[in-house]
Structures are given as C-alpha cells and as structure tokens.
Design a protein. Sequence first.
Length: 294
Amino acid sequence: MRKRLVFLLIAMMAIASACSQETLEKAESPAQKADAAVRLDGMVFVEGGAFKNAKSSYYGKTVTLSNFYISQYEVTQQEWVEVMGSNPSQFKGSALPVEMVSWYDAVAYCNKRSIREGLTPYYNINKSKRDPNNKSEYDSLKWTVTINAGANGYRLPTAAEWEYAAGGGRKSKGYTYSGSNNADEVAWYWRNAGDKRLLGDWNWPAIEQNHNQTQTIGGKKPNELGLYDMSGNVREWVWDWYEDEAAGIASGVYRALKGGGWMGDVTSIELTYRGKFEANGFGPDQGFRVSRGE
C-alpha cells in the first residue's frame, strides 16, 4: 500500500511539472524564448526595430531592421582553423580572434561554414568574374560576390545590423561604446591592450614597445544583448561598401569595418566609427563576426 502511495505521489508530481512547463512554454513567444539565451552555436537573437540608441549614426533615420542573429564573440582562430584548415593570424591563440583576413576571406569562411553545418550558402562567389562595382585601383582580386536571397547560411552583418546590435538593439541604454560609457570596461584598444596602461597621445612606437595585441575573446563586459568585444579587440568586416552611406549605393573603392581594434584610438571604438580597407586588404587588427537571418 505504501509503495502504491509513493508511486502515486511521484506520478502526480511529474504531471504537475509537465503542466507547469507546458504553461510556461505557451506563455512565452518564440522571440522571448530565443532572446532569453544564446543558441548552442554561439549566436544571439537580436529583435529588430528602429534604432533606440541616440549615439548611433542611424538614430532618427528611416531605418528599421528585421530580426536577425549575430555571433556572441568575434570568430576565433579555433573556429577559423576548423573550417578553413590553416591559421593566418599574426598573434596565435585558439581563443584569440582570427585576424590577417581580408573581406574575401571572411565571405569565403561564411560559405564554407554553412556547407559544413548543412546550411545553404548565403553568398554566390565568382572568382573568375571581376566585379564591375569594385572601383579600387589596388584590389587585384575583385571577386564578384552576390547574395543568395533566402539562404539560411552564415553571412557578414550589414553595417546597420552591426551598429544596431552593438548599440544594444531594443534594450539599448544609450551608451557611447558597446555596453558602456567607459571604454576600458568593454573594449581592448591602444591604451589597455598591452603590458601596462598607456597614457598621453596615441603613439605607435609606444604601442609596439608595450607589446599590444589581440586579447582572449569575452574578457571585457558584454553589452545589453550579451555581445562581447564589439567596441574593441579587432575591427570587424561588414557587408557594406564604405561609400554606402545612403541606401541604394552598390559600388565603391573600399569595404567597411566596424568596431575598434587593439591598436586603435578611443574615437575608433565608438558605435559610429566606420573604417575602410580594400576588400583584399588584411592586417593584424582586422577580423569579423558572423550573422544569420531569423
């Protein structure tokens, strides 16, 4: 009799727990559940909308974004090697962001990672056809890269998506940097990315002597969405032409970079900073993070 009573109590508790869980799941929308945690593949859900952060260069403009996902961290050297097979980085370390990668390298990584994970590649890459929209004198590659509309694979964020996410999205608290008004809380840049904190004006010899370099991902505070290093570790490639300040411009000399790097000054780690480089250019302060559609 006692055993039956125990089994009955256990069964009742299991049913009550299942009912509570079912009620909780019904109460939460898909967006709420996705927004509550980072996905297993390291992507963070970003609920779309208009720009709330008044420090953003898109604030007050007729720019409204759809929902998307963006990686919580910059692409690491370990992630790069797993997909591409070799490590081009100057500063070696599996948990350091990959650098010394061009814009072309970044879009190629996105496609290869998509295929590796059974997703449809987001880009159509034609290496033999020179892109007529690329006006650079120094880009010897000029691959033609177009979008495979509707594909669910990895891609570079647009400049607007990057800045929206860096600024906290719908959860924005209006910070100047991604997650704070204090640069040192959220960013690695020329003053703090070496042996000791540097003072005075930006000085390259001092940066070299201080052994400044990239730092392990996630070492600073995250922003409102739980994203790390968007204001400084490496500068990050985005999809846009640098010249694409207005909608509809689809050509240029340079591709854009967002976020500051370990050698950059404090002004280059602000949300509004927009760097530029030829698509085939690369350096030890240039990396990227990936995005996906909802």
